[in-house]
Design a binder for this molecule. Structure first.
Ligand SMILES: [Zn+2]
Length: 260
């Protein structure tokens, strides 16, 4: 890290143990870039960093440049995510958002509006009804990639722009080409079968705010949309998204396979 000592607002996305007492924190800075730093002593219960640099908290923190990783110090809590830690399903949903965010961001590469969007998703997860959590996760996945320049196409063909027609409740979907594709274009590209209701729901989600999403009625296609979003993230971020399996297991869904 060549930059001088910096004080910044940040969101805590991930923590990994380092030695006996320290933690490496993965942060999203307010400008949407990735910052990784060592929080000295953060595994000791009485250390000031241990409570402040908790997952999903928004903090103000000073990063002192180091040879590879910086050092995080003087962390001050701005927004605490206690509601998430008390509820396994909400915590698991926020973990999917955080893993997707951590996989998408890069050091020294700002991403306008990503910080605000990610904080909004995590804040809404903290008091969302459980039925809304798969919708929130799907919405974050599609909105995040849209913001980074990979906006999925749901109602018109991602290749030619023609209207996409369903057959037997399914449409052809190409992750590489950017969304649903028409029958003619599907011949020439690799596609999967996607549930029409999940595709329509995903279209609605990407156009809605998180605050609106947590208020909408339970949707039968919610988990199909979440599965579609999960496959979308795996393809576009190259992330393993292990948090998604935990999310499904903890939410105890009786979801139907989306066929993708
Ligand atoms: Zn087409």
């Amino acid at each position: 890290m060549a930059s001088p000592e910096a004080r910044m607002g940040a969101l805590v996305l991930k923590k990994t143990k380092l030695g006996e007492a320290d933690v490496i924190v993965h942060l999203m800075a307010e400008d949407g870039s990735a910052v990784r730093a060592v929080a000295k002593g953060a595994r000791k219960p009485k250390n000031a960093n241990s409570a402040t640099l908790e997952l999903f908290n928004q903090v103000q923190v000073t990063i002192i440049p180091g040879r590879s990783l910086g050092i995080a110090k003087d962390a001050r809590l701005m927004e605490r995510a206690d509601g998430l830690r008390a509820d396994p399903a909400r915590f698991a949903a926020a973990s999917v958002v955080a893993e997707a965010a951590d996989a998408a961001i890069q050091p020294d590469l700002p991403a306008d509006r990503l910080f605000a969007m990610t904080c909004a998703a995590i804040s809404c997860a903290s008091d969302a009804p459980e039925d809304a959590l798969p919708l929130l996760v799907a919405a974050y996945a599609f909105k995040q990639t849209a913001l980074l320049g990979m906006r999925p196409s749901f109602s018109s063909c991602a290749i030619c722009g023609e209207r996409v027609e369903e057959r037997g409740g399914q449409v052809r979907f190409s992750f590489a080409d950017g969304g649903a594709v028409c029958r003619a274009c599907a011949v020439a590209t690799e596609t999967a079968s996607a549930d029409t209701r999940a595709v329509s729901l995903s279209d609605a989600l990407v156009r809605s705010t998180f605050a609106d999403i947590v208020r909408i009625q339970p949707q039968s296609a919610a988990w199909d949309a979440a599965e579609l979003a999960h496959s979308w993230l795996r393809h576009h971020l190259g992330a393993r998204m292990r948090s998604f399996a935990s999310f499904k297991a903890i939410c105890g869904c009786s979801h139907v396979q989306a066929g993708v």
